[in-house]
Write a protein that binds this ligand. Structure first.
Ligand SMILES: [Fe+2]
Ligand SMILES: [Fe+2]
Length: 302
């Protein structure tokens, strides 16, 4: 059964009535401020003291800091140690990931049919892939690319909070027909997680570049002036959705990455893209995904 589209106006009204729900988690606001500062102005002690106030967040951060995905080179046993060995920006990225992970309940039955573990595997996986691609094709700051990948689907959280039944109907359509989630949302809700994500990103005061990513990651050709990063997230999202880091269902369509609009946009911003070894990346993605699965599942089981 398809729910009649409720439209953007209804979304806006409901968001207005539920202001207390998708507010930025207290722990994330100062972290976000920190991540947008120049490196030399960061205060390591302030960040570690702040994280240490929340014991479960601190434990999650340590678990993530000890994952090979975050470049661990020796066991890290304290937040201070993590800052010393990984760097403050890396630890802030990790803390941001854990903080955002905690916005959804760990109990998968409460959000059916979308499994929160699967959703965050997609987000963390996309963030890590963005960071890696940004480094290899020399496209901007890899830390900012990670954050963009991590947060690109924030609108899905909004839809789950604000219109849970309608979102479930959209998700079921997407799963049954094997189509992209944003296409099913457009049909069932009259808007997509890009629209609702934009509202959340604006109300959280995210940087303009991040708002662009949240809004246009499924239509990078509409974005400017940050088209390069938006296209990067678009490509990483596609790679995740076509592999084991999707939303829990397989999309039934063939995607040629090299003919995708995002690929051409990315090529405009990076001369290194033409020499990028995609065959190697595809080969490595399997082991990479195993790491993401075990990391996110370990954090959720705490
Ligand atoms: Fe999306
Ligand atoms: Fe996505």
């Amino acid at each position: 059964m398809t729910t009649a589209p409720v439209g953007k106006q209804v979304l806006l009204q409901r968001l207005d009535g539920l202001r207390q729900i998708p507010t930025i988690p207290a722990i994330l606001a100062p972290l976000l401020r920190n991540l947008q500062q120049p490196v030399k102005e960061l205060d390591a002690q302030k960040v570690t003291d702040f994280l240490a106030q929340d014991k479960s967040l601190a434990a999650q951060c340590l678990q993530m800091a000890n994952s090979p995905l975050f470049g661990r080179w020796q066991k890290v046993e304290s937040l201070r140690g993590a800052v010393v060995s990984l760097g403050l920006h890396h630890v802030s990225d990790i803390a941001m990931s854990c903080g955002v992970l905690n916005m959804l309940p760990g109990d998968k039955t409460s959000l059916e049919p979308l499994d929160p573990v699967v959703f965050w595997e997609h987000s963390v996986g996309c963030g890590l892939l963005c960071r890696r691609l940004a480094r290899q094709i020399n496209l901007g700051d890899p830390g900012k690319a990670y954050l963009a990948g991590l947060l690109h689907d924030l609108g899905i959280i909004v839809n789950l909070w604000v219109l849970p039944q309608e979102f479930r109907a959209a998700f079921e359509i997407a799963k049954a027909e094997g189509i992209p989630l944003h296409e099913a949302e457009q049909r069932a809700l009259g808007f997509t997680h890009c629209d609702s994500g934009r509202l959340l990103a604006e109300s959280w005061g995210l940087a303009p570049g991040l708002i662009e990513v949240v809004t246009y990651h499924h239509s990078p050709e509409k974005s400017s002036p940050n088209a390069g990063v938006v296209a990067l997230v678009h490509i990483a999202d596609l790679l995740c959705r076509m592999s084991g880091l999707n939303y829990g269902y397989v999309e039934e369509r063939q995607v040629n990455l090299f003919e995708d609009a995002g690929f051409a946009l990315l090529a405009q911003d990076s001369s290194l893209l033409k020499d990028f070894d995609w065959a190697r990346l595809t080969f490595e993605l399997d082991s990479y995904m195993d790491e993401v699965h075990s990391l996110v599942r370990a954090i959720y089981r705490r």
